[in-house]
Design a protein around this ligand. Structure first.
Ligand code: GTB
Length: 217
């Protein structure tokens, strides 16, 4: 029985790969693990059956035998620890790769999500324009620091790892709604390398197929 993940029955991003099941799909493809998908509606996500998998009523979740996980970063780390392909063998390099997962989620993604929140949910507030500029300034600081770290390397720390998978996913979220990434040529190229990976392509096609197959209600 393959592991089962949950994803939007009707993806609000219209299959753009922004919903976080995309990150888990990518990780599963990188480690070569088949998986099943349970599509859930917004209503179902708030019902007891799903809340038992995800206390916050969100997607993705990951079920494997009697294990049920939520939090995209945790699911990816679980896959990386139990299958080859997302973490190096060397113990110190492994620890550094895991550090980059946390850096992506805890240091680089927050200002990007702040900007999304203001852009999508607070646009009618009197302070929205000022707050948008503030979030963009904070994003640029982080991208400048990340760009300085990466320089002309292919990946963040040696071979491609789960840290790169999460970092590329975070930067793709920004690129979808802002030209800021283009101001950092090495980061734009880094993201393009991630997208060019066959595992990414398979994951993207799979999540896009859900949108393409949906039956408009
Ligand atoms: N910290 C959790 C956050 C999970 C999360 O944000 N899930 C979102 C979907 S991915 C985030 C997302 C949503 C929509 C778009 N979009 O472009 O439309 C992009 C990304 C969700 O279930 N939202 C419904 C809810 O909270 O009730 C994790 O990383 O797994």
């Amino acid at each position: 029985m393959p592991p089962t993940i949950t994803a939007f029955e009707n993806p609000p991003d219209r299959g753009a790969g922004l919903a976080r099941d995309m990150r888990v799909r990518w990780a599963l493809e990188e480690v070569g693990q088949p998986y099943a998908v349970r599509l859930v509606s917004f209503t179902e996500m708030k019902e007891p059956a799903h809340l038992g998998r995800h206390p916050f009523g969100q997607i993705p979740t990951y079920e494997e035998g009697d294990l049920a996980l939520f939090e995209t970063g945790s699911i990816i780390l679980h896959l990386a620890r139990h299958h080859a392909g997302l973490l190096p063998g060397d113990a110190n390099a492994r620890a550094r790769a895991i550090t980059w997962i946390f850096a992506a989620l805890n240091t680089v993604e927050p200002p990007i999500l702040d900007r999304e929140t203001t852009r999508l949910l607070e646009g009618d507030r009197s302070w929205a324009a000022e707050r948008l500029h503030l979030t963009e300034d904070r994003i640029r600081i982080r991208l400048g620091q990340l760009s300085a770290h990466l320089r002309d390397a292919e990946w963040l720390d040696g071979a491609f790892s789960a840290g790169d998978l999460v970092m590329v996913s975070v930067l793709l979220r920004l690129r979808h709604s802002s030209p800021i990434l283009d101001d950092f040529a090495n980061l734009a190229a880094y993201v393009a390398r991630g997208e060019a990976r066959p595992a990414y392509q398979r994951a993207f096609a799979a999540q896009l197929a859900v949108f393409a197959a949906r039956v408009p209600k």
